[in-house]
Design a protein around this ligand. Structure first.
Ligand SMILES: Cc1cc2nc3c(=O)[nH]c(=O)nc-3n(C[C@H](O)[C@H](O)[C@H](O)COP(=O)(O)OP(=O)(O)OC[C@H]3O[C@@H](n4cnc5c(N)ncnc54)[C@H](O)[C@@H]3O)c2cc1C
Length: 415
């Protein structure tokens, strides 16, 4: 049997799994995906509620992602872009910092905004220039440290780090301490410089839906919780057993650690987030932009209105407001505490907002400490099975897809 005719059992139906299955299928192999939930997508899913589209936690697709961009049909995702920049809430009012290379009319406003100094803004421009010229491979070879140390070393002032980077990158890394790997910072900074943060017009869940549609019928088995994994077989909770030529565990790292008992796989420390959705009669921002908390205190980290850029996120005449709170905070009265805080941002109109749903996501991102990402082949073989997922490259859509593709390549062409 040639490598490309292999039957491959894949545990999990997230983006890493789907990317792996597509590559295997296109090479003539026979992937079979086992997903415990009623839908593929893993951490990228969208629910419908009263005509609103609710992504399970605010997240964006960076349209400059190279490998995810190649795998996906971006045109049919109908990506809608956020404006390049951010509004920053201060108790004195809203400030605006834009990427002035793309929105030069905001040059003066951004340069003079009291968020860091003019020298800080020039450092941002220099960093942008440098990152755009580096390849991902070059970034992967850089010395790794915490993002906080990296920014200090690059000469950014404490007001710039505290007033901008902690909330902007806090929303990406899901931690304001900026303890995430500087390679991850450089990579995402490069992606933001080269492209836009986008949402598919029908929600983030369209990404896995599109990938799944490229697999032949019968490839994906939903509601299939895998309880045991062996080098050539898997067992479902129901007791059913499947045999294959290779087994891939494409779950999150903690689940993989439980399924593959080789002792080498350790569960990560997780970054958590709480995402609250509200229905409003009109958008408090009225533009496709992310608003950040630049006060250094309070619950809210960032706010946006997905329906401002992608109208299908809300029924006609309504606006969908997405609010991210880092960590999983005390749920008691959370909605009213958040609304009270946001009245200072947007005024009394907030009192009319209707709470739709709150997502508390304990396992949102694996902690990416310095030295843990962008290294190695993007997958691992342990106790005879392949492991893949975002934890083996970078905690992102791009990282999950790269890991899935590289796992498939390794199965197709074992060394
Ligand atoms: C709130 C939030 C915000 C984010 N923001 C961004 C962002 O802005 N940009 C970005 O690029 N990335 C972002 N990410 C990260 C990105 O979504 C993830 O890195 C990526 O989706 C991980 O994909 P994965 O396939 O590796 O893992 P997962 O999505 O976790 O997939 C694993 C799958 O395995 C299934 N599974 C687990 N155990 C079993 C079992 N025993 N049997 C069968 N199936 C099982 C799970 O149900 C799941 O479907 C964010 C993530 C979250 C949660």
């Amino acid at each position: 049997m040639s490598a490309s005719e292999k039957k491959v059992l894949i545990v999990g139906g997230g983006l890493a799994s789907l990317a792996c299955a597509i590559r295997l299928h296109e090479a003539g192999a026979r992937p079979l995906v086992f997903e415990r939930n009623d839908c593929v997508g893993g951490r990228v899913r969208t629910d419908q509620l009263d005509g609103f589209l609710l992504d399970r936690g605010f997240q964006v697709f960076l349209d400059a992602y190279p490998e995810a961009g190649d795998l996906l049909n971006k045109k049919s995702l109908d990506l809608r872009a956020f404006r390049p920049g951010a509004l920053i809430y201060r108790t004195s009012g809203m400030l605006r910092i834009m990427d002035v290379f793309r929105e030069p009319r905001h040059l003066m406003e951004s340069a003079l905004a009291p968020v860091g100094s003019i020298a800080d803004k020039l450092r941002v421009a220099r960093l942008r220039w440098r990152m755009m010229r580096l390849t991902t491979e070059e970034i992967a070879g850089h010395e790794d440290m915490t993002t906080e140390n990296y920014l200090k070393r690059a000469g950014f002032s404490p007001p710039m780090i505290d007033g901008f980077f902690r909330s902007f990158y806090g929303g990406i890394f899901l931690e304001r301490e900026l303890q995430t790997s500087s390679r991850m910072f450089e990579f995402t900074f490069k992606m933001f410089s080269q492209g836009s943060a986008t949402l598919p017009s029908r929600g983030m869940g369209e990404i896995p839906r599109q990938l799944a549609s490229r697999l032949p019928p019968g490839t994906i088995r939903l509601g299939a919780q895998v309880t045991e994994v062996q080098p050539g077989s898997i067992t479902l909770e129901s007791g059913e057993q499947f045999h294959g030529d290779a087994v891939v565990v494409a779950t999150d790292a903690s689940t993989a650690a439980g399924l593959v008992s080789a002792g080498g796989t350790v569960g990560p420390v997780w970054r958590s987030v709480t995402c609250l959705y509200f229905a409003a009669s009109r958008s408090p921002l009225r533009e496709s932009i992310i608003a950040l908390n630049g006060t250094g205190s309070g619950l809210v980290n960032n706010v946006c209105v997905p329906s401002d850029l992608a109208p299908d996120y809300a029924p006609p005449g309504r606006a969908l407001v997405s609010v991210s709170v880092l960590g999983t905070v005390d749920p008691a009265d959370l909605e009213s505490r958040v609304l009270a805080e946001l009245q200072a941002w947007f005024g009394g109109t907030v009192r009319e907002w209707r709470h739709l749903r709150t997502y508390r996501i304990e396992r949102a991102l694996p902690r990416q400490a310095p030295g843990t990402g962008f290294a190695g082949p993007g997958f691992r073989k342990e106790a005879g099975v392949y492991l893949c997922g975002d934890h083996l490259w970078s905690a992102s859509i791009e990282g999950a897809i790269i890991s899935g593709l590289r796992t498939a390549d390794a199965i197709l062409k074992p060394s």
